[in-house]
Design a protein around this ligand. Structure first.
Ligand code: ADP
Ligand code: ADP
Length: 227
């Protein structure tokens, strides 16, 4: 179930001046863990997330998700970016069921799941809204509901609340924690905000500046107050 094993993964972007973005990353993520990847801008956090997502390939090393070598994106790994890339001409409901519909999932199955995920993300009253009618925080909820409806057991989140104002950000952090407590999906959460990492994660992996390395890992006590 949703285990990620990364061993000695390096990434060099080729070019006139090659960029050594990741240097021999070792990281194992257990099913249901909430991991924050913390580090300064440019240290390679997004690169590592993109490799796990299957958007890019590492230059060397091994990357397994549930024992399978990752070489392309797949529905078990749902990605949430800073801006939820929603179809602007589709309603919230249509955006959320789009993926499973295209995947050939049974309608009866994905409709039940969509209703549940829209409920736990607080969107039940907004199913007929268009993205343009929603605030940034609400659009991010749709982004989360969408990957959960697709059945993703791993959430790869790249600064998902980075564009939100402080109050909305706090609301979304609380929402994400409550979703995670209900579903126990594996979460890899990229942030450069140490307070956000401490608030959300069980384990914080601290990356150093380029070439990105994981310098230290901090286990956050499980009995700490969360939000
Ligand atoms: P972070 O997410 O920590 O800000 P990134 O993973 O985005 O860092 O970037 C790590 C390094 O790799 C940076 O120096 C960045 O400029 C470089 N980089 C990222 N994507 C590319 C690319 N497609 N081509 C060349 N260099 C890239
Ligand atoms: P193999 O060829 O190693 O036997 P496949 O790649 O054919 O395995 O996949 C077997 C099953 O595992 C398929 O149902 C596939 O959808 C699923 N699967 C493949 N890659 C992954 C992954 N990274 N995470 C979760 N399930 C996967």
């Amino acid at each position: 179930m949703s285990r990620i094993s990364i061993s000695k993964v390096s990434k060099v972007y080729p070019g006139a001046t090659p960029v050594h973005a990741l240097d021999s990353i070792d990281l194992d993520i257990e099913p249901g863990e909430f991991i924050a990847l913390l580090g300064p801008s440019g240290c390679g956090k997004s690169t590592l997330l993109n490799l796990i997502a299957g958007f890019e390939q590492g230059t060397s090393g091994g990357l397994l998700v549930n024992g399978h070598q990752v070489d392309k994106p797949g529905p078990e790994r749902g990605v949430v970016f800073q801006e939820a890339a929603l179809f602007p001409w589709l309603t919230v409901w249509e955006n959320v069921v789009f993926g499973p519909k295209v995947n050939g999932t049974q309608k009866t199955e994905y409709e039940v799941r969509a209703r549940e995920m829209l409920d736990i993300t607080g969107l039940s009253g907004f199913v007929d809204h268009l993205p343009v009618q929603l605030s940034g925080g609400m659009r991010q909820r749709v982004g989360i509901a969408r990957v959960l409806t697709l059945g993703s057991k791993i959430l790869l989140m790249d600064e998902p609340f980075g564009a939100l104002d402080a109050q909305t950000r706090l609301t979304m952090q609380e929402l994400l924690l409550s979703v995670w407590q209900k579903l126990r999906t594996t979460v890899l959460f990229v942030t450069h905000d140490i307070d956000e990492a401490i608030l959300l994660a069980d384990r914080i992996c601290v990356m150093s500046a380029r070439p990105g390395r994981i310098n230290s890992q901090i286990n956050v006590p499980l009995d700490r107050p969360r939000t």
